[in-house]
Ligand binder design. Structure first.
Ligand SMILES: [Ca+2]
Ligand SMILES: [Ca+2]
Length: 149
């Protein structure tokens, strides 16, 4: 390619990269359907048990308009680099009305040397009080956070 073309592509890429943090700071991970919105929050440290094992909180922020119930499935994962696949740590389900932040306290696994890189993903469907059932949303993934054991 010509130098001019290459320069234009670099500039376009820089603009896209600069715009990204703004979107992430608002609601990049929120997912909505049929009157409910849910956001899988980045796992956070909660406390350390007497046996020294850390406990994390996998929070989900949920808001439903009146007469709607969100049925949420949460999967918790630990990220690994290729050629290893990510480790599925567990699955939980929740039914939510109104606005709330769900707390799900889970012990930090120790599956490898060094830090554990954990994240969650969620999907959900909505049931309205008049019996209408939405389809499932796609899976939506939180940011990953690393924790030392
Ligand atoms: Ca890992
Ligand atoms: Ca470890």
């Amino acid at each position: 390619m010509t130098l001019a073309t290459n320069t234009r592509r670099i500039v376009a890429g820089a603009i896209a990269a600069a715009a990204l943090p703004v979107a992430a700071a608002s609601s990049a991970f929120a997912v909505s359907t049929s009157g409910c919105t849910a956001t899988p929050l980045t796992p956070e440290y909660a406390y350390t048990q007497a046996n020294g094992v850390k406990v994390l909180n996998y929070k989900i922020a949920v808001t439903c308009s009146s007469g709607r119930t969100a049925h949420i499935t949460q999967e918790r994962w630990e990220e690994d680099d290729w050629p290893n696949g990510d480790d599925h740590l567990g699955t939980s389900t929740f039914s939510v009305r109104g606005s709330t932040t769900l707390n799900n306290y889970r012990t930090l696994v120790d599956g490898e040397i060094g830090q554990e890189e954990v994240f969650q993903k969620i999907r959900f469907y909505v049931v309205s009080d008049n019996g209408v059932v939405s389809g499932w949303t796609g899976w939506h993934t939180s940011a990953t956070r690393s924790f030392y054991n």
